[in-house]
Write a protein that binds this ligand. Structure first.
Ligand SMILES: Nc1ncnc2c1ncn2[C@@H]1O[C@H](COP(=O)(O)OP(=O)(O)OP(=O)(O)O)[C@@H](O)[C@H]1O
Ligand SMILES: [Mg+2]
Length: 493
């Protein structure tokens, strides 16, 4: 067996007296992809933040690059060859691709205090070529798609002699083809001898590229296994204590009369889309990232200017000019970008759950007691793991933040609920909870519209699937009969 690149031993970490990691150990070999899995809040991100120097452990040892450490600073971690790509993309939007790659270690130009932009762009270009990432080094980051930003993060991580690459849920914002490209890149980096720690809630990915897998549960290590010796069922059982087969498959409710009707809708990025949703129906939207699904949802929610078309709910014409108007009309949208659009990171959890409800029904004080009970009920239903309802949204784990966003819209009691990637970053058990809630909403007669890039989810949940391509609706398929390959072919056109 080759010498490990990394050995983390007996790592302990608590927040305010709550243990988050208890004597967790993990090692990493050169040329291996070591996957780290566990439910939301299991401690995965905290564990790798200890390696990247973002979090200080309370106990344990980090052995790497011939040294032994009780904690690392971010600079030390980087110097020792660790590069980390976090769950939330951290780039500076106003700077170029090359500037972001060289951020913090800019190349000086002749005049002191100035940066050699041309040389940075040349070297960034060479790095991107080497990684076969197609990006223009001079392009401002704000013009990039999510997938391109993800690739830039990898390039940035690879700049400087990284030997250990840590990826925290790198595929959550990617579409099918972009996921494939990322998997290819990870394989190439592994072939170059890098050690890669890979966190994901998608077990398909783990079985696709993983060599070993470490399972965390409630801050403790369950074990480390060879991926080849595992099955998805076994991993799920170790992770959540239940079989994958016990998870949700949706009972289709009887679909009633048409309630929500969209005709000829156009907005920036969307051209002439018509569809309808019946009482009790879950209408899914599939398509590649950038196919216009999110833009369509925003137009329906009054968050994007409609250029043409009509929206009818229960025979009444709606023309929401703002999200607040849409909410009053009975239409709500769970956005996919929870960091920028959905959560107030520096506000308490409880406020994040009730904010839309309060906007809608006026002051929070009136229904304070009721609200508290509702919030508590929501947290319990969605199994949101948090130290209390008054802690900031920022200190929740990624998946729990997503659940808070879902809870907010469920409280609004809208007639039409649009969920844009509702289970992004959510673990398998909580996914089942969200599916159950969506099913209950449909069964109660609401119209549920779900945008999803997760193919099994799209197929299992949707009564019908609308496929978006290049801003247009390319077709509508019955959900139960749809097959993954057929859908992907339709996505590509
Ligand atoms: N700064 C913090 N202050 C208080 N608690 C925190 C802080 N950071 C993390 N936690 C808590 O530590 C626990 C583990 O969080 P962590 O982000 O490591 O989970 P995770 O396994 O990455 O989950 P996910 O799959 O949802 O991303 C959670 O209960 C979280 O609320
Ligand atoms: Mg996490």
């Amino acid at each position: 067996m080759p010498e490990p690149l990394l050995d983390l031993a007996n790592i302990d970490k608590s927040y305010g007296g709550n243990p988050v990691l208890r004597r967790v150990s993990m090692d990493l070999l050169p040329g291996e992809v070591h996957c780290l899995v566990g439910e939301n809040g299991a401690g995965k991100s905290t564990f790798i933040k200890i390696l990247s120097g973002a979090v200080r452990p309370d106990g344990g040892t980090l052995r790497l690059a011939g040294g032994s450490y009780s904690s690392l600073s971010p600079q030390e971690s980087m110097r020792l060859g660790v590069s980390t790509i976090y769950q939330d993309i951290e780039l500076i939007e106003s700077l170029t691709v090359a500037d972001n790659i060289f951020l913090g270690h800019e190349l000086p130009a002749g005049i002191p205090g100035t940066v050699n932009i041309r040389e940075q762009e040349r070297r960034a270009g060479a790095l991107l070529d080497m990684l076969r990432i197609r990006l223009d080094p001079g392009e401002p980051v704000e013009n990039l798609s999510t997938a391109q930003k993800q690739n830039l993060q990898i390039a940035k991580a690879m700049h400087g002699e990284a030997r250990i690459l840590v990826m925290d849920e790198p595929t959550v914002s990617l579409g099918v083809d972009e996921k494939k490209a990322l998997m290819r890149l990870v394989r190439e980096l592994r072939a170059k001898g890098l050690g890669i720690i890979y966190i994901s809630h998608f077990l398909e990915e783990v079985f696709d590229i993983g060599d070993r897998i470490t399972i965390l549960k409630d801050g403790e290590k369950v074990g480390t296994y060879d991926v080849a010796a595992m099955t998805a069922d076994k991993v799920t059982r170790l992770m959540v204590g239940r079989d994958a087969s016990q998870f949700f498959s949706r009972e289709r409710s009887t679909v009633g009369e048409t309630r929500f009707e969209v005709s000829g809708l156009s907005c920036e990025g969307v051209e002439d889309v018509s569809f309808s949703v019946a009482r009790g129906e879950v209408f899914g939207f599939g398509g590649l990232v950038g196919s216009g699904r999110t833009e369509l949802a925003e137009a329906l929610f009054g968050a994007r200017k409609r250029l043409a078309g009509t929206i009818i709910l229960d025979g009444e014409k709606l023309a929401p000019a703002s999200p607040l108007e849409a909410l009053r009309d009975g239409v709500c949208l769970l956005t996919e970008d929870r960091k920028r659009l959905a959560l107030f990171m520096n506000r308490p959890l409880s406020e994040n759950v009730t904010v839309a409800h309060n906007e809608l029904f006026g002051g929070a004080l009136l229904s304070f007691a009721l609200e508290r009970a509702q919030v508590a009920d929501m947290l319990a239903q969605l199994k949101i793991v948090a130290a209390g309802t008054d802690i900031d949204a920022a200190s929740l784990s990624g998946g729990n933040q997503q659940k808070v966003a879902v809870a907010r819209w469920l409280l609004c009691r809208s007639e039409v609920l649009i969920f844009d990637e509702p289970t992004k970053g959510v673990d398998i058990g909580a996914k089942a909870e969200i599916y159950r809630l969506m099913t209950d909403l449909a069964a109660a007669g609401r119209c549920v519209i779900m945008i999803s890039s997760d193919m099994p989810e799209l197929i299992a949940m949707s009564d019908r699937i609308g496929v978006m391509r290049g801003g247009r609706l390319a077709g509508i398929l019955p959900g139960a009969k749809a097959r993954e390959e057929e859908l992907i072919r339709m996505f590509m056109g």
